[in-house]
Ligand binder design. Sequence first.
Ligand SMILES: Nc1ncnc2c1ncn2[C@@H]1O[C@H](COP(=O)(O)OP(=O)(O)OP(=O)(O)O)[C@@H](O)[C@H]1O
Ligand SMILES: [Mg+2]
Length: 614
Amino acid sequence: MSAQPQAFESDPSHPLKRFWESGPAAWNAALTRPQVLIPFFVLAALVPLVLQYIEDNSSWIGAQYWTLILASCAMYACLAVALNLVVGYAGLLNLGFIAFFGIGSYAYALVASDQLQQHYPLWAALLVVVIVTLAFALLVGIPALRLRGDYLAIVTLGFGLIMRDLILDLDRPPVLANHQFGPNSLNLTGGTNGIHQVDPFKLPTSLPLLGEIPHYRMYYWLFLGFLALSIYAMLRWRHTRTGRAWVAIREDELAARAMGVNTFKYPPVSPAAVRFLQVPDDQRPPDRGDGFPARRPAGHGVDPAAQIDGRHARATDRRIGGGRLGRARGCRSRCGRRGGGLRGDPDPGRPDMTDRQRVLEIRGLSHRFGGLAAVDKFDIEIVQGEIISLVGPNGAGKTTVFNLISGVLRPKVGSIRLLGQELVGRPAHRITHLGVARTFQNVRVFPQLTVKENILLGTHHWTRSGMLGSVAYWPGTVRAESAAHAEVQTAIDLFRERLEPRLEDPAFTLSYANRRRTEMARALAARPKLLLLDEPAAGMNPYERIEIARLIRSMRDRGLTIFLIEHHMPLVMEISDRVIVMDHGVKIAEGLPKEVHNNPRVVEAYLGRRAASA
Ligand SMILES: Nc1ncnc2c1ncn2[C@@H]1O[C@H](COP(=O)(O)OP(=O)(O)OP(=O)(O)O)[C@@H](O)[C@H]1O
Ligand SMILES: [Mg+2]
């Protein structure tokens, strides 16, 4: 064995070994850099000349044969690039992909061969190819793309098999054969023999500086050029607005919709996705830091498992108002808040909200899941610049209220108005466009996208650039992209030391707390008028909770109106202008934090009647 491989195997710092061990994502990033791609294509373009040189200077004959083989390789590589867009980036398992290649090929052959006695000029034949393939794509795509995963794979596989059988049998269609065209004339596909003598592309046979060029070499260069163009387009597209949106839909369709991506325009929405949103919350981090016992079962005064006696009740009651607040008090100076601090007392410096513009107005909102009234005749008003907290025991219906506001669930009863505009009946992406952004209880970042790309997704609904613009990069696209990148900087201002060093890291590498921060930054980048935060401090330690309190205040200071669900009562008492308490889908209390926390109905909702009166 030579010394080289040994060095490679035994030396952990060897660049080749490091490259080998860095994994497919890193290989992909390394191999798609211009420093690699440009020399590759230049060398690839020279290959037929080298083959010709060898043929001219030796007894070997095969330059034409091998050049045509390489031309086929380049053509199939173009197909692979397209397949990568659909299956790799958009995540649509389309097994009928190759059928479209077949349809395009047969469409060309039929109008450029003796099969139907048609010999269209090249441009007209290509136009026919585009129209026919597009027609088939729409015919199959409109119904099939409403499916996902296995279902999409089965339907597209079926389409591929049908096309194969049709192509094999359309040399003698039984219905038409003796009708209009006569028994021998209607041979559409040539059956197993295919169509022969198809008109070749008429390419120029001489090029400036290169002189006379054999046709097979021109073919090769043509396909190599197409391949270079498709790879360039793919890489450009992936890192602009539409590319990010496609990948986001693949990663988490619901979160993409909540960021304003119209999933009907891009790969359409799967109704199945909605089911995942409200799964019982088994992903809740073990340390909620809420200080409350689990919800008592409906219809029981006291959760027997909790065995709350007077002592327990008082201890828990203390936590509602003080307890953990006291511990957090030591960090008050770091919070940079107004007024008293983490005492659970209403802040005497809270601004007067009476004259402010009404941002959100909900009237008579109800929602049932089968027999369960998750939200029942819910009313609320939130004015500009307010921080309102929605609290209540587990299963009270808080997240359902957020889902109804943000369009994840479609309300059937009641009205939700944002700055006077009715939201009921609008899809989620439109609601984001009107000014509602949200975070999710079970953090929903796009794991394979970097932190920066995640935040850029927030800008999707207010930037404009289409697929063509992503590739052509015309001025509109450049402006949209630079505005989006500037917004990332503004959004991470609040999370600077936490997120800035991680901007280029994929979100799946982040800690739980940083994923929550990324989600918040993404929501901020959407430039919302109303921000819905679903348990932003869940799973965070006391210091991080203080940081979250400071963050929420800073967001409000930037002019945002904040509607917050939170279980950590000290945080709620500290930052809220008003608190709303829900139980069993019904609003049971509303008022200043202090009023609410002394409300007997609230204590009872959390602890049960017996415990509350103990
Ligand atoms: N998609 C769904 N299908 C059926 N029931 C659901 C669905 N989503 C929520 N629920 C039920 O509706 C009720 C309210 O749920 P929701 O998630 O809104 O509660 P929550 O107040 O956010 O609770 P938590 O504090 O645990 O997050 C619960 O009983 C829940 O089991
Ligand atoms: Mg919830």
